[in-house]
Ligand binder design. Structure first.
Ligand SMILES: Nc1ncnc2c1ncn2[C@@H]1O[C@H](COP(=O)(O)OP(=O)(O)O)[C@@H](O)[C@H]1O
Ligand SMILES: CC(=O)N[C@@H](CCC(=O)OP(=O)(O)O)C(=O)O
Length: 262
């Protein structure tokens, strides 16, 4: 079976041109088939701010009304996605920039209104893994923006960590899949104020302990929920590491590797 590496890069790295350049260089050096999913939440917030559109986040998810949907579509699907594709071309990676609407790759459903109305936020229904595999077989490297589409023809805003997990899980039928979440810290930290306190191996029970103690919090909680979901659904390996260390993490181990409880 072929191996596939699905890599997600977060918005704090994308927002820093030097850090993004270092990450894309490391990404280009990863051998074998690969898929990149990018965030960009920080840039979308800055652009929305310039346009006088206020950002509201609830449990790490952006409330996305129509003006905000226009912003995130332009920022993720346009600006960020195409800048990354161009930079990868310069690194000899034949990248193809996609939203979930392109090639019908990631179908979603507008999140139902319960206590909170998230607006045009999409929960993933189906990944067209055959279409993604087709791109990979053409030696193209898919680069996904965190935008999906619905059966009614709407664009929807979908969290990039969730998109990476869903794509990784659905590619399992075609390949042995490794999923890597890259961000600006060296891994999951036992003490978020100490950059050297990287947890080498994280199990669901250890995660529960850190969450209860408050040492794993904020954006790391939905990230780990998505990461463990992937591991429980056939993804061979899940790593959370610094964007600079993606190649090292895949080769000799850096960052945090997830393992299910015995
Ligand atoms: N124990 C922890 N270790 C590392 N990061 C943590 C931890 N607890 C909370 N965090 C926070 O989680 C953030 C990563 O989640 P998120 O903001 O969603 O990142 P991204 O945009 O890169 O996906 C880090 O920037 C950090 O502030
Ligand atoms: C629904 C929802 O919250 N979508 C996210 C998509 C971007 C994202 O996930 O970016 P990071 O990985 O940089 O956080 C948002 O608009 O912020």
């Amino acid at each position: 079976m072929n191996t596939l590496t699905v890599i997600k890069i977060g918005g704090n790295v994308i927002d820093d041109p030097a850090a993004l350049k270092r990450f894309l260089t490391a990404f280009a050096s990863v051998s074998g088939m690969k898929v990149l999913i990018h965030g960009g939440g920080k840039i979308a917030t800055q652009v929305a701010d310039k346009l006088g559109i206020q950002t509201t986040m609830v449990e790490g998810r952006r409330i996305t009304d129509q003006p905000m949907l226009d912003v995130v579509t332009m920022v993720y699907g346009g600006l960020v996605n195409k800048q990354i594709v161009a930079k990868l071309q310069a690194l000899d990676i034949n990248a193809i920039g996609l939203t979930g609407a392109d090639g019908g790759t990631v179908l979603a459903k507008k999140r139902p209104v319960k206590d909170i109305d998230y607006g045009m936020v999409g929960d993933i229904e189906e990944v067209n893994s055959g279409q993604i595999q087709f791109f990979l077989r053409q030696n193209l490297t898919p680069v996904f923006a965190p935008i999906t589409y619905s059966q009614t023809g709407d664009l929807l805003n979908t969290n990039a960590d969730t998109m990476a997990s869903a794509i990784a899980v659905d590619m399992v039928g075609h390949n042995a899949v490794t999923l890597v979440y890259c961000f600006e810290k060296k891994g999951v930290l036992a003490d978020p104020t100490d950059d050297h306190s990287v947890i080498g191996e994280l199990t669901p029970s250890l995660y529960a302990e850190h969450k209860a103690a408050g040492s794993i919090n904020k954006g790391m909680i939905p990230k780990l929920d998505n990461a463990f979901k992937a591991l429980g659904n056939g993804v061979s390996k899940v790593i959370i590491c610094h964007a600079d260390e993606v190649a090292a993490a895949l080769q000799q181990g850096a960052g945090t590797t997830l393992r299910l409880d015995d």
